[in-house]
Design a protein around this ligand. Structure first.
Ligand SMILES: O=C(O)C(=O)CO
Length: 328
């Protein structure tokens, strides 16, 4: 099939921070006739008829009502990433368009970043690195101590695919693993990793040395960790967030960290991203923040694209869709 005969796929601009990388462009080109946003905007009349799919890099709010109205043949939005809180699923579904995501491809790399943040915060790696590389350092004067992850209690809020991968890794550190799921107890996974189920999130918060959020952002989970929940945590505990920033009431977190209500926080996600440069979270020394890099690995990006392609082709070919997301 010539490129022109392949189904049209609208993608974000190539390159740049959120743009689609060259190797992924090459992969997409094997299955689709790629149309960039620039090409679409320059020749809307012709391009709009061609486009049957849109490839969305995670967290880019690219699909609004205006775009949907201008794509009469659109069938599927392939999200590269698992979280779809940046997409208005109800509105998209009203246009008869399906949404898919990539839960398998993201699991290992996101679990790894959770472990990396937990270890980095526990052992104060960022502060240590600053001392080691500072031009003012004459001798190593480290007047603080970290805490150990080994044998500590990890409370996982959200034992889905990623949460389970975190639990598997935590087991290798002899951690005691607690977990809480809002909807579904996972008995099989629980047994496989020796995790204990906490029906009440409060129990998990009270008992854990490290609390890790691995939850999707929905209206129900919005600000699920606020002043009350932080107050239940041990003063020696660390909060890690690899889900979405808005799971935490950030004002309450600032207050808790300033007053040592909890020991520390380690966040791969915030709201907004990035935080304004004068945000009080950026002024604290008991916090680590990374720029939403849960899936920022060579392997994950490739696997996400492959999973997204399989999803989109299934929709276009009328086959069973591996990972479709439905509006609630
Ligand atoms: O896949 C996603 O939605 C992520 O944010 C991974 O970090």
């Amino acid at each position: 099939m010539s490129e022109q005969e392949l189904p049209g796929l609208l993608i974000l601009d190539i390159g740049g921070t959120y743009g689609v990388q060259e190797n992924i462009v090459a992969l997409l080109k094997k299955h689709f006739c790629l149309i960039t946003m620039k090409e679409f905007l320059e020749n809307k009349k012709e391009m709009s008829k061609k486009i049957q799919s849109v490839f969305v890099s995670e967290c880019r709010p690219t699909v609004d009502q205006e775009l949907l109205e201008s794509l009469p043949n659109l069938k599927v939005i392939g999200n590269s990433g698992v979280g779809v809180d940046h997409l208005n699923l109800k509105m998209i579904s009203n246009f008869g368009v399906k949404v898919t995501n990539t839960p398998h491809a993201v699991a290992d790399s996101t679990a790894d970043i959770g472990m990396a943040l937990m270890l980095a915060s526990a052992r104060r790696l960022v502060e240590g690195s600053q001392i080691a590389i500072s031009p003012h350092t004459k001798y190593f004067a480290v007047d603080w101590l970290g805490v150990e992850v080994s044998r500590a209690t990890l409370g996982i809020i959200g034992m889905g695919r990623i949460g389970y991968k975190v639990a598997q890794r935590a087991r290798a550190f002899d951690m005691k693993i607690l977990y809480h799921n809002r909807k579904q107890r996972r008995k099989e996974e629980e047994q496989a990793v020796g995790a204990h189920y906490c029906e009440k999130m409060e129990d998990l918060l009270q008992q854990s040395d490290f609390v890790m959020l691995v939850v999707n952002l929905t209206p129900e989970t919005h600000k699920m960790i606020g002043k009350k929940e932080l107050g239940l945590m041990k003063p020696t505990a660390t909060l890690i967030n690899i889900g979405r920033g808005a799971l935490i009431d950030q004002d309450a977190l600032v207050e808790a960290l300033q007053n040592n209500v909890i020991r520390a926080a380690a966040l791969d996600v915030t709201y907004p991203e990035p935080l304004p440069r004068d945000h009080p979270l950026l002024k604290l020394n008991n916090i680590i923040i990374t720029p939403h890099i849960g899936t920022a690995t060579v392997q994950a990006v490739q696997m996400m694209a492959e999973e997204a392609i399989a999803n989109m082709l299934a929709v276009l070919n009328g086959q069973p869709i591996p990972s479709e997301v439905f509006p609630k």
